[in-house]
Ligand binder design. Structure first.
Ligand SMILES: Cc1cc2nc3c(=O)[nH]c(=O)nc-3n(C[C@H](O)[C@H](O)[C@H](O)COP(=O)(O)OP(=O)(O)OC[C@H]3O[C@@H](n4cnc5c(N)ncnc54)[C@H](O)[C@@H]3O)c2cc1C
Length: 669
């Protein structure tokens, strides 16, 4: 029943006795959670979902189902919105692509399946610091558990190898989204190979190098402690070997049975429509949409309770502005009548920027490059088909590592004190140049103050390193080469961007590298990466630098030596890295913050019930509301003890899907 034609959907909307009670805009991560929970909770409640993309039933798209094909759908415009920013000044005026999933399931159809999860203090701070009543660890832990079905598979690996924690007390085991530790790839090698490597598993070798630089192992990164290196769990169902998505978990099980749920696909919502209540307040009562194949706009009206925007952090603010909710100045420029003035809409865009460094390694090491070799490819396909094992059985979560500024400075041998001392001034100048409204400025000031405070805290993650047994930017299609990448990701970027409605559509200022602190953080993180690569035994496995290739033109070891007589060489290294950042910085796909859940007088857009200020019957429930969630990682885990520490603000220091699911579960009606 649920997936219906426009005629059926419109007919439901026009029913006098049973029109839609709730209309959800965007059948993505948060949207499908809400649809499922509302429809299942009370069969008398009529729920509608409108999704711009299509429905992909199981078995119809390998790019969606097969975990190891992650990344393949990025080039497919029917699955990826591939939003492009305006040219980024600090990145050689390149436009940067931000991937967003399109279709029932949203970004969970195309994401890389890595699972990280927030910590207690972060969620508690939403309530204690930002006064969002009911948003605390206890309630959100229940939401997270409710959505999860954790399966920890036994791993047959030698003593001393990394093993996931089997403690399921923090996790759900009955929820819709299946998380597991897929079979280890590359597989374990118990013998020392001919070039003297103790393991042929590149991610594990990478983690070992981090350990040599004093970074701790974190065997259980999903229990609220993220500092250290870890192999994350992934949203993969070990029974089918397939991706677990919002569609497979929350929609498909009720697809045939939910008689009160109606889903319209291939329909783009353009704006929300309002009536005036007797008290003068605007009440959201319907939407306008463009349906594929129709050359006119269609209206769906008569919604009794709420319209819920769950179109994601890049689309939700644009729908708000098109509907007359936003900064009055911006609305005026676009000729849109102002329904409610909320200058925070579309501002405060935060996203994780990333820079990769890649090397060619000895051909003994299995790597993702093998998929370009027809013989290896066939072997991997057979392994996946028959046993659900091998390279195709796993997503991108080979190894993650969260590191505080303190350790970045120690490993890169730079001074965090100097960095912090400069920051305050730089930040004040940075905010001044943005010419923000009074309210939005107040919210930014508050965030930056917290962000500056937490830099001194050795237990906060400021950089995430990803370890990838492969090279994503310049693949060698012959399949002959074996490669390895470390990526540096800024977990709490200082740069802010914005997305606004524009006369010719929407315009996104990614903000990347606009605050000088982010470039400095990157520089130091890349020096750490080079040190990891130059540490034995990984060093012995490396044949050449691939990315940036200019590293091959200098004596890197000499440049890294901590003496006074190599200043010119060190400067040369920094110039190469600086150019690499400008030329090659990319976006992770984690935008948040464009309709923030905070006080209206601080530029907030929604309250703690996710209701949009100043109107009735309209909520936002996706990652747009997230910006002031504190750092995920307010615990510091050592092998024997967990110590609680202070928290940090702004963008979450991790991957965002678990938060999007939790927001969906948390919406209270
Ligand atoms: C390529 C990629 C890799 C990622 N990898 C990871 C990872 O490994 N781990 C992790 O934790 N996170 C990852 N993420 C991030 C994570 O998947 C997202 O943050 C999360 O799924 C976003 O949830 P959402 O509900 O806010 O939006 P979405 O899930 O994107 O849902 C929004 C939905 O709204 C629809 N929509 C938009 N505009 C309209 C409109 N006008 N009318 C109707 N429908 C509309 C969209 O088509 C979409 O279906 C990744 C994201 C991407 C894109």
């Amino acid at each position: 029943m649920p997936i219906v034609s426009l005629d059926v959907f419109s007919a439901v909307a026009s029913r006098k006795d049973k029109p839609f009670d709730y209309l959800i805009i965007g059948g993505g991560t948060s949207g499908l959670v809400i649809a499922n929970r509302l429809a299942q909770h009370d069969s008398n409640v009529i729920v509608g979902v409108i999704e711009a993309g299509s429905y992909y039933p199981p078995g119809t798209s390998d790019f969606i189902d097969v975990p190891g094909l992650f990344g393949h759908s990025l080039g497919d415009s029917s699955l990826n919105w591939a939003v492009e920013t305006e040219p980024v000044q600090g990145a050689h005026n390149r436009k940067v692509m931000i991937a967003r999933g399109r279709g029932l399931g949203g970004s969970t159809l195309i994401n890389f399946m890595t699972h990280t999860r927030p910590a207690k203090g972060e969620y508690d701070a939403l309530e204690s610091t930002f006064k969002n009543q009911g948003w605390n660890w206890d309630s959100l832990l229940e939401c997270m558990k409710k959505g999860e079905h954790f399966i920890v598979q036994k791993e047959d690996v030698p003593t001393g190898s990394f093993v996931h924690s089997r403690d399921l007390s923090f996790h759900g085991t009955q929820g819709p989204i299946v998380y597991s530790n897929p079979p280890r790839w590359p597989p374990h090698s118990t013998t020392v190979d001919s070039i003297g490597q103790p393991t042929l598993n590149l991610p594990e070798l990478g983690m070992e190098m981090m350990g040599k630089h004093g970074i701790p192992e974190n065997p259980s990164p999903t229990n609220g402690n993220i500092i250290g290196y870890a192999k994350p769990f992934m949203a993969i169902d070990p029974t089918s070997g397939n991706r677990s998505s919002a569609a497979s978990g929350y929609l498909e099980p009720i697809l045939e049975t939910a008689v009160n749920l109606y889903v319209l696909t291939d329909a783009l919502v353009t704006r929300v429509l309002f009536d005036r209540l007797r008290n003068g307040l605007p009440k959201a009562v319907g939407i306008e949409l463009r349906v594929e194949g129709l050359d006119k706009l269609v209206e769906i009206r008569n919604v009794r309770c709420d319209i819920i925007l769950a179109a994601g952090a890049l689309q939700t603010p644009v729908i708000l502005e098109s509907s007359g909710i936003g900064d009055p100045e911006i609305l005026k420029q676009c000729g849109i009548e102002c329904v409610v003035g909320l200058p925070g809409v579309g501002n405060n865009l935060q996203n994780h920027p990333a820079v990769h460094v890649a090397v060619e390694v000895d051909s003994k090491f299995p790597s993702l490059d093998m998929m370009f070799d027809p013989v290896e490819k066939e072997k991997q396909e057979k392994l996946y088909r028959e046993k659900k094992e091998g390279l195709l059985a796993t997503g991108l979560g080979f190894g993650v590592c969260f590191v505080p500024l303190h350790d970045i400075s120690r490993i890169s041998k730079t001074s965090s004190k100097e960095f912090i001392a400069k920051l305050k001034d730089e930040t004040e100048k940075y905010i001044d140049l943005m010419h923000l409204s009074k309210e939005v400025r107040q919210g930014y000031d508050k965030q930056y103050q917290l962000q500056l405070d937490q830099l001194n805290d050795p237990d906060q993650a400021h950089i995430e390193f990803l370890i990838i047994p492969g090279e994503l930017e310049h693949p060698d299609f012959t399949g002959k080469r074996r490669t390895m990448t470390f990526s540096a990701i800024i977990t709490h970027p200082f740069s802010r961007g914005s997305i606004h409605h524009h006369l010719n559509g929407s315009k996104i200022d990614g903000g990347f590298l606009s605050h000088p602190a982010d470039r400095t953080l990157f520089l130091n993180a890349l020096v750490c990466i080079i040190r990891f690569f130059r540490t034995e035994p990984l060093k012995n496995a490396i044949k050449t630098w691939i990315y940036p290739i200019d590293l091959s033109t200098i004596d890197v070891d000499e440049a890294l030596r901590d003496t006074d007589d190599n200043v010119e060489l060190r400067n040369q290294l920094e110039r190469i890295l600086d150019e690499h950042i400008s030329k090659n910085m990319v976006a992770m796909f984690h935008p948040v913050g464009t309709a923030a859940m905070m006080a209206r007088e601080e530029g907030g857009v929604v309250d703690e019930e996710l209701k949009v200020y100043g109107v009735e019957g309209l909520r936002v429930a996706d990652l747009s509301v997230l910006p002031l969630v504190r750092s995920l990682f307010n615990f510091y885990l050592t092998k024997n003890a967990v110590h609680e520490h202070r928290f940090s603000p702004q963008h979450v220091a991790g991957h965002t899907v678990s938060v999007a699911f939790a927001i969906g579960e948390k919406v209270c009606f």
